[in-house]
Design a protein around this ligand. Structure first.
Ligand code: PBG
Length: 325
């Protein structure tokens, strides 16, 4: 048959497919999350996230060096404090695990970007992302100065990027003002502007011991039934001074990512969250999915949808594998 168009011609060989491929995942697109714990010489597997570990600050610095050598430009730090209280006081302490790890990482690998997750849920004994009123609801405005104090101490420790994930209204403006007045006008803000209340954070909450002790996060995180809210949250955060935005979760929210990435005037990243990772890992372990194939597929999907960068628990592994090829 005489056909003018035969798209299959471009799929005939590996070389041809590589030549014409629109998207590729490079190490430089990726951000590796790390969980930092108190102590020294600690490296403990996280059961809900196979392949990921709890690291003390010294071990985090070693890991960061290896991550940087593999070509990954950034790490995102989460901290588990030695103690939790109702106000999440450890979030703003210079001797807290995240601040300590930040200092050590910047010393060991100054060119690696350190992003610090800014939120109270890992630091509060009730597991909510802000302080509570007497009735148990989260007090948005009373939380803002605590978040700003946490951000300033993270910047003081050397963090290049502050990444608020709490979803309080007005927090980007509060953090920006706090950082500027403390002399950190160069510290960037990556806002989790578009963060849905999601069951896909389950394994993370186990890893960070941050599950809410009562109620859930629907009072501040977004309702997954709403798409347009995403654009509103994104617009507000940019107006308040966010330098970059994050959409999360990732895979079930590619429509949202595509919308936000095409409208926002700042770079937008995607977060492939713990539940997405756990899902792929569990199915691969049973032999139900080809792990390499689905990981590559899921990462490219984020780029195709418009993400400039991807926060993923696969970052380091992917980069290492790319180097080996
Ligand atoms: C803290 C925070 C969470 C995640 C990132 N920052 C958990 C939550 O909101 O419950 C989830 C990340 C993941 O699941 O990988 N607020």
């Amino acid at each position: 048959m005489k056909l003018i168009e035969r798209p299959r011609r471009l799929r005939a060989s590996r070389a041809m497919r590589d030549l014409v491929a629109e998207w590729d995942i490079r190490a430089k697109d990726l951000v590796q999350p790390l969980f930092v714990v108190p102590g020294q010489g600690v490296r403990r597997p996280i059961s809900s996230l196979p392949g990921q570990e709890h690291l003390s600050a010294d071990e985090a610095a070693k890991e960061a060096e290896a991550i940087y050598r593999a070509g990954v430009p950034a790490v995102l730090l989460f901290g588990i404090p030695p103690e939790k209280d109702s106000a999440g006081s450890w979030a703003a302490r210079l001797d807290a695990p995240v601040q300590d790890a930040t200092r050590r990482i910047k010393q060991a690998v100054p060119d690696l970007l350190v992003m610090a997750d800014t939120c109270l849920c890992e630091y509060t004994n009730h597991g909510h992302c802000g302080v509570l009123r007497e009735d148990g609801s989260v007090d948005n405005d009373a939380t803002l100065p605590l978040l700003a104090a946490a951000a300033v101490s993270q910047a003081e420790a050397g963090a290049d990027v502050i990444a608020p994930s709490d979803m309080m209204d007005g927090r980007v403006a509060a953090l920006r003002a706090g950082l500027d007045s403390a002399g950190f006008s160069q510290t960037a803000i990556l806002s989790y502007a578009v963060k849905y209340r999601s069951g896909f954070y389950g394994p993370f909450r186990e890893a960070a011991g941050s599950a809410p002790q009562h109620g859930d996060r629907s009072g501040y995180q977004m309702d997954f039934r709403n798409g347009r809210d995403a654009l509103r949250e994104a617009r507000l955060d940019v107006a308040e001074g966010a330098d970059m935005l994050l959409v999360k979760p990732g895979m079930p929210y590619l429509d949202i990512l595509a919308k936000v990435a095409s409208e926002a005037q700042v770079p937008v990243g995607a977060y492939q969250v713990s539940g997405e990772y756990a899902m792929l890992e569990a199915a691969a372990e049973r032999g139900w999915l080809d792990r390499d194939q689905v990981v590559g597929e899921s990462l490219v999907a984020f780029k195709r949808a418009g993400a400039r960068f991807i926060v993923t628990y696969y970052a380091y592994e992917w980069a290492r594998r790319a180097l080996a090829r």
